[in-house]
Design a protein around this ligand. Structure first.
Ligand SMILES: [Mg+2]
Length: 214
């Protein structure tokens, strides 16, 4: 059973995320049509296609450079809020991991936490604002708790994915307080947040990549 994450597992994660947002493009667009500007499916699909194309041209050997490439490509290829936010997530993860070829579960936990902190610094989102934070924060918390309990990394990642999905579902009744959806006020209630939906996909594919490496 794997106890570390290396660059090939991260590349598999990125590739799975690209596949999943492409497959769920219409759903993400539908969610964003209800409370946003209907571009989230297209944005995530275009951004991740650009990322995979960039990495196919030669993937960096260290985790910091790999994740920096992902982040910079998302920032430069995706407009709206999601490009800078997802870009920041990967950039901060890379900085936290450093110039290494693999991280253990504590290292991955620290990188995910740094990514979350970067999103908070950038978007000023808080719990219950109906943003991607509402899926990511419980996932990072669950991963931290699992790592502290010395739960195997694949199980920790599975728990984080489940927490992200629960966080996504919990955005359904919320009234948006951040982003374009907040302009709708009470009418934003009754819809899942599209950013929380794509964030849950990010954690689902992370769990799948780690399980695949086990
Ligand atoms: Mg949008």
């Amino acid at each position: 059973m794997t106890t570390t994450i290396d660059t090939s597992t991260l590349l598999d994660w990125i590739s799975r995320f690209r596949d999943a947002v492409t497959e769920k493009r219409e759903w993400l667009t539908e969610l964003d049509s209800a409370i946003g500007d209907a571009d989230h499916g297209a944005n995530m699909t275009r951004g991740m296609a650009a990322v995979v194309e960039k990495l196919d041209g030669g993937a960096p050997a260290t985790i910091d450079e790999l994740l920096k490439t992902v982040g910079m490509t998302l920032v430069s290829s995706v407009g709206g809020a999601s490009g800078p936010l997802y870009g920041t997530l990967f950039l901060r993860m890379g900085m936290a991991a450093g110039a290494v070829e693999q991280v253990d579960s504590a290292g991955l936990a620290a990188a995910l936490r740094a990514g979350l902190d970067g999103i908070v610094a950038r978007g000023k989102a808080e719990a219950g604002d109906k943003t991607l934070f509402d899926a990511m924060a419980p996932a990072v918390d669950a991963f931290d708790v699992a790592v502290a309990r010395e739960i195997p990394i694949a199980d920790a990642a599975r728990g984080a994915a489940d927490a992200a999905a629960a966080g996504r579902d919990a955005t359904l009744p919320l009234v948006a307080r951040k982003g374009r959806a907040s302009y709708l006020g009470e009418r934003s209630a009754g819809h899942l947040d599209p950013g929380a939906a794509s964030m849950a996909i990010l954690f689902e594919t992370l769990a799948a990549a780690i399980a695949g490496a086990s």
